[in-house]
Design a protein around this ligand. Structure first.
Ligand code: ZN
Length: 164
């Protein structure tokens, strides 16, 4: 199997990245850590960044502004209070945590905790980065063809990917 030259569907990309908000505040970064790996075309990363990385090569760098509609979407709906007793008594609850709720038809959906008081937990149906334009600085450090197993799992294995 020949190794791919450019980022395309079915390739595993390793990269260093820094993610900043519109004020230039660093939200997340691989700086000082190992590069991260993702499977291109498998929605491992936000759609706008995936699109901008298509066709790039190892060593390429990229600075990209990704609007909400190509990242975590626009905000929809508002935070709602939930009684603390709806959560397991021994669960640690803190702002920023993601919890999975069950709808009335048994479907599950994510909620993000925004505030915790003694009796009430405020949960937001929006990802914390919904409505936010994201600024990414990316350097591609590696590129290889994904294995069949990785393609069927929808994520890369090994360094920077899933360990399981
Ligand atoms: Zn896997």
């Amino acid at each position: 199997m020949s190794e791919p030259d450019v980022v395309a569907g079915g390739t595993v990309v390793t990269m260093h990245y820094t993610l900043k908000d519109p004020e230039g505040e660093v939200i997340d970064s691989s700086s000082g850590r190992d590069p991260v790996a993702y499977l291109h075309g498998a929605q491992n990363i936000v759609p706008g960044l995936e699109r901008k990385l298509t066709g790039k090569r190892v060593g390429d760098t990229l600075s990209a502004e990704i609007p909400p509609e190509e990242a975590y979407g626009e905000r929809q709906g508002d935070p709602q209070p939930v009684e603390r007793s709806a959560f397991p008594a021994d669960s640690e609850l803190a702002p920023g945590m993601r919890v999975v709720a069950q709808g009335k038809d048994g479907e599950s959906f994510p909620l993000w905790i925004v505030d915790v008081s003694e009796d009430t937990v405020m949960v937001d149906p929006n990802h914390p980065l919904a409505g936010v334009t994201l600024h990414f600085d990316v350097e591609i450090t590696g590129l290889r063809e994904a294995s069949e197993e990785e393609k069927s799992h929808g994520h890369p294995h090994g360094p920077g990917g899933h360990e399981h």
